[in-house]
Design a binder for this molecule. Structure first.
Ligand SMILES: *Cc1c(COP(=O)(O)O)cnc(C)c1O
Length: 354
């Protein structure tokens, strides 16, 4: 095997949540929208399928223009990618010349990308209450990246705090991964054009019902976006297919529908939070489309398995600090009722056993 690059033997790839290809599970493990795309989105993608014999537009101009209007930034401030994972990969590959720091409890892809692109990384523990304290990043060097709201904790920092940190560290780049921002966080997008060391990454996977389309983006100064474009055009200029582009544009043209589904998820989140607390779970409010509960008397891994046996998939992480927690995506009201019923049964049966 002498032909393999040495880095391969070191690499510990990202482990995605389970994606069962049967329909007998209630899927609350990868933070997708529980609602399918609208008819208009499906029609747009179907129509675009008629052009599958041609390469798609490598500059994605119509999609970028539509997104730019929505975000109120110039089109030249937007890069789109094959999911925000691709955008984040470009960031790690190209924008971390002085190293990177990120929280210990955050999106699991950051350490993988740091390893893949051999970026020296400083991992900064979140506080006892799982909060990111930016003061802890003051003495680190290089780029700072974190999700805001953070995953899997569901907690958010205010835009003011992040902006103040970026202003106080003008020589360092601050990348804010806003995968969940629309569920209750404050976006930094309005500041990226003035604050040149700020870059926001977003996705259509969580709030736009397009996880399967693979569509993500970065918003930043024209200069930063140009640098990222160099990487994109040195790797795969056609990473976004025409059907996904059409679906993204059609989704953006239905802001009302988007808003209604956000409101629905947030209402279901509130209901689920209360029910979990009634069952004895410790769970704090979330600014995302998931909750991060922990039961004081029941092991996280055991609960995960019990739910799986009942055909409900949630996410469990083996990481020491969070191994008694579960990350539970907010599904439809019906799905959450079934979840709460299953948890009620599990806890009841456990009591009988003792
Ligand atoms: C889901 C998620 C992503 C990746 O989203 P894609 O656009 O589907 O690649 C990025 N960052 C965070 C924090 C996420 O939770």
């Amino acid at each position: 095997m002498g032909f393999l690059a040495p880095i391969l033997s070191e690499l510990a790839p990202y482990v995605p949540g389970e994606q069962p290809q049967t329909h007998d599970f209630i899927k609350l493990n990868t933070n997708e929208s529980p609602y399918p795309p609208t008819e208009a989105v499906v029609t747009a993608a179907t129509y675009a399928a008629r052009q599958l014999h041609l390469y798609p537009d490598p500059t994605c101009s119509l999609l970028r223009r539509t997104l730019a209007q929505q975000l109120k930034v110039p089109m030249s401030s937007i890069l789109v990618g094959n999911g925000s994972d691709e955008v984040l990969a470009f960031c790690f590959q190209g924008l971390m010349g002085q190293g990177v720091s990120f929280p210990d409890i955050t999106y699991g892809f950051y350490p993988v990308f740091a390893q893949l692109y051999q970026v020296p990384a400083q991992v900064i523990p979140v506080t006892d209450t799982f909060a990111i304290d930016l003061a802890d990043y003051q003495d680190a060097t290089g780029t700072v990246i974190f999700a805001n709201p953070n995953a899997p904790t569901g907690q958010a920092l205010s835009a003011d705090r992040i902006l103040a940190f970026a202003q106080g560290n003008p020589d360092r780049l601050v990348i804010v991964d806003e995968a969940y921002v629309e569920f209750g966080g404050e976006s930094l997008v309005p500041y990226v054009t003035q604050q040149e060391n700020l870059l926001v990454v977003g996705t259509f996977s969580k709030s736009w019902q397009l996880a399967g389309g693979r569509l993500g983006y970065a918003v930043g100064s024209e200069k930063l976006i140009n640098e990222l474009n160099k990487l994109k055009f040195s790797f795969n200029p056609y990473s976004i297919n025409g059907m996904t582009m059409a679906a993204g544009i059609a989704a953006l043209q239905q802001p009302q529908d988007h808003q209604e589904k956000l409101v629905a998820v947030m209402a279901t989140r509130r209901w689920t939070l209360t029910k979990l607390q009634e069952l004895g779970f410790e769970v704090t409010d979330s600014q995302t489309n998931f909750l991060f509960p922990r039961h004081p008397d029941i092991r996280g891994e055991w609960l995960y398995q019990q739910l799986k046996d009942r055909k409900i998939l949630v996410r469990w992480f083996s990481q020491q600090r969070i191994k008694e927690h579960l990350r539970i995506t907010i599904g439809t009201p019906e799905e959450m009722q079934l979840l709460i019923q299953a948890l009620t049964d599990i806890i009841h049966e456990k009591r009988e056993m003792i």
